[in-house]
Design a protein around this ligand. Sequence first.
Ligand code: AVJ
Length: 331
Amino acid sequence: RPNRINSAVTNGTTSENMIFYRDVVDGLKADMKHLQSKYFYDAMGDRLFQRIMKSSAYYLFNCELEIFSKRTADLASLILQQDGPFDLIELGPGDCTKSGYLLEYLVKANADFTYFPIDISASIIRYIETELPQRIPGIKITSLEGEYDDMLTKAAALSAHRKVILFLGSNLGNMTPKQSLTFSRKIRSHLHTGDLILIGLDLKKDPRIVLAAYNDKEGITRQFNLNLLKRINRELKANFDLSKFEHYPTYDPATGACKSYLVSLEDQVVSLIAGDNLEMISFKKGEPVYMELSHKYTIDEINRMAQQAGFSIAGFFYDSKGWFVDAFWRA
Ligand code: AVJ
């Protein structure tokens, strides 16, 4: 039976709602209106992201799945190079489709480890707790429901063994390169010399391929972005009219910044309510709301980040197209 550790503020309490409210209002009152993409993942957002991963345009998932399904033994051998029990901590595991290959391999190899999935989504954590033990009998799980930062601190406090961290799916790409470096240093501060992190990052490539991944023809990514307005309507008693905003993805091949916006199609005012607070936000016709960054890197940029965060490079795994990399960094 999996253990579970929760943080107080991610239990559906009012304080969680107030944090969401403050983040949304602060973001929408800023000069450059913005929302935080971590809020995409309510139950519907989880489902839409699942559909994005199955769409042919969103190559990131297929590339990394290829690495995990075809190079499982090589990934595992890097982890098993060092002796002794270890803790395998995954940030943002989703449904473990990719990491599942590695987990299953390690369990079958009788590796002595506990799996710590960290996710902000309660439905993801529940899914992992029920499904994973059936898929991989014998796996030891302690789930951590909450934000990466808080839960990583908890995991580090709980862990008495060497650590291997998985941070897959270009999840780090949601942070700016500067924030990513800060976050990498933070992870490093929780690790001991010799500990490993396996980090999945999307590589700079033909800009048309990148842009198409965030502009699928079925319009799932469009729905994925608009769904955050729906969530705000429901949870913060707002009155966004989804038909008055349009999904606008961009990619700058020079910086590697792939950004998506929702553009207001007319002058409009939207109201939000939390407790006794009422906020009115006005939008100009053509005004963008910055929704998400999905940053793309070169190998040199990835190596530089690793070094600046206090890691050495322990190995690279590419998909056959060379579009995506899973990089092992050693503390
Ligand atoms: C889950 C954050 C890696 O940025 O590529 C997919 C989310 N956004 N399509 C990404 C996403 C639009 C995805 N990450």
